[in-house]
Write a protein that binds this ligand. Structure first.
Ligand code: ZN
Length: 308
């Protein structure tokens, strides 16, 4: 009997340790760091001549339904919605895009996709064809799929600013697939830390969640500042509470550089304290998007403007 009790206790301890390691541990590494120089981003945003964007609009195309325990290490298993957005920058006489959501055939597994808005996706697909530039925050198909599976991908290439690192990691785009040969003569965007893309728009390399992850800083004509985080964090809580996704997600499902992402969470948290006017937009946080909409930073639904 005593032997059995020892066994049960031992097994419980082992399972507990494994659960803690893979599902709950989110200790910030002491040397985690990510240089994020907001003064430099502001300087770059003003470095190109031309009008700043007047507004940022969004489409919510679909969502994943994830257990909270997948989103932040140690959280409960109740499901949370992870809305999937595409953003449109509206200049006086043209538009541009950040991310492209994904077509319905990529929204899988179906039991984790609570809805799909075909009309919204139709507007995203049409807006991609009008955009003067298209930035993709990272390779994952819920951000890149709308471009990669676009029926007229070739016509989007002059506007598409896929980075060299994104271009070199098609395995991270699955199940989205770059059609054979379609990028044969494509010249990807190459930059080191940060680069001005257009008036008011700066790309910031943030490898970690994926090798080609980048954030996008946007300065609007009305002075509003937005920092699109891609999936550095899925929710605001990851930054507020400094909690990374659990290891069973980062190591088994994504293949993420946890150490790099911790550095980014730390820097973004510090930035949120120091520069609260720079509004951070996590990859999949409906509450943040609702707040920014109420405050006039974001507007729902794309508009059509300019020539194709
Ligand atoms: Zn995502």
């Amino acid at each position: 009997m005593r032997k059995l009790a020892t066994w049960v206790l031992g097994l419980t301890a082992v399972l507990g340790a494994l659960y803690w390691w893979y599902a709950a541990d989110s200790r910030m590494p002491a040397d985690a760091d990510f240089p994020l120089d907001i003064a430099e981003l502001r300087r770059l945003a003003g470095s190109l001549p031309g009008d700043l964007p007047r507004e940022v609009r969004y489409e919510k195309v679909t969502a994943f339904s994830f257990p909270g325990a997948m989103i932040a290490a140690g959280d409960g298993w109740a499901t949370q919605e992870m809305p999937i957005y595409a953003y449109q920058l509206v200049y006086p006489d043209h538009t541009a895009m950040i991310d492209s959501a994904m077509p319905r055939d990529l929204a899988k597994p179906e039991f984790m996709v609570p809805y799909y808005d075909e009309a919204a996706y139709g507007r995203v697909s049409a807006a991609l064809e009008k955009a003067s530039f298209i930035l993709i925050t990272h390779e994952h198909s819920d951000h890149s799929g709308g471009v990669l599976e676009h029926p007229r991908l070739a016509s989007l290439l002059p506007a598409l600013r896929l980075t060299q690192v994104q271009h070199d990691h098609p395995q991270y785009m699955k199940p989205a697939v770059v059609p054979e040969g379609s990028l044969a003569n494509y010249q990807p965007l190459r930059y080191e830390r940060a680069t001005a893309i257009a008036p008011g728009v700066v790309a910031v390399a943030a490898p970690g969640h994926t090798p080609g992850s980048q954030m996008v800083y946007v300065k609007l004509a009305d002075g509003h500042e937005l920092l699109f985080l891609g999936d550095v964090s899925w929710k605001r809580g990851n930054i507020e509470r400094q909690r990374e996704r659990p290891r069973f997600v980062t190591e088994w499902l994504i293949g993420e550089d946890r150490h790099a992402v911790f550095g980014q969470l730390k820097s973004l948290h510090a930035l949120s304290q120091r520069e609260p006017a720079v509004r951070q937009v996590p990859g999949h946080d409906g509450d943040v998007v609702a707040e920014l909409t109420a405050e006039g930073y974001l507007k729902p639904e794309f508009i059509r403007i300019g020539n194709p």
